[in-house]
Design a protein around this ligand. Sequence first.
Ligand SMILES: CC(C)(COP(=O)(O)OP(=O)(O)OC[C@H]1O[C@@H](n2cnc3c(N)ncnc32)[C@H](O)[C@@H]1OP(=O)(O)O)[C@@H](O)C(=O)NCCC(=O)NCCS
Length: 152
Amino acid sequence: MKIRQLRETDIDEVARIMSSTELWQRYGVDFKSARKRFERGLKEKAHIFVAEIEGEIAGFLWYVPRGAFDRSGYIELIGVKDTYRGRGIGRALMEFVEKEFNPDDIFLLVSDFNKEAQKFYEKLGFVKIGEIKDYVVKGITEFIYHKKRSKR
Ligand SMILES: CC(C)(COP(=O)(O)OP(=O)(O)OC[C@H]1O[C@@H](n2cnc3c(N)ncnc32)[C@H](O)[C@@H]1OP(=O)(O)O)[C@@H](O)C(=O)NCCC(=O)NCCS
């Protein structure tokens, strides 16, 4: 597996992964809006990485340095293609940005109903520290997760 920066030619595939994921469908994301979001990210030189396996995009991670409170790292998006889940790709992407940016803290939001992702983040050392009701979509509570990193 290779982790590298998102390229223009990857946009259709990451948008396909995002728009075919039930989670994001509940947030009203479709192929067109996902594509637009990644195009904007690329244009703005956002830190978007993909995991590539034998030429195929298996997952992506969008990281914002100082994206939380202009101080701590923020995971804006992470997604692994359904056929590649449970193989360590999500972990590899998260460990990649931790190593690359070496932040003191990382924050992220996860939907109340997304128990799988909550278990994933807890496995990686994140702790639920709060929640925001009706934040992105009415009826969905966003859990705030935080990881304090001990630097070596
Ligand atoms: C959440 C997601 C990114 C995890 O990626 P993944 O590649 O499947 O996860 P990994 O295989 O790297 O798992 C890493 C660890 O988390 C654990 N984990 C992952 N999914 C889990 C689940 N559903 N239940 C319990 N543990 C889980 C694994 O057991 C693994 O533990 P280990 O490394 O100690 O063996 C992926 O399932 C996904 O894309 N989900 C849909 C989109 C989504 O929910 N994104 C997050 C939005 S906030």
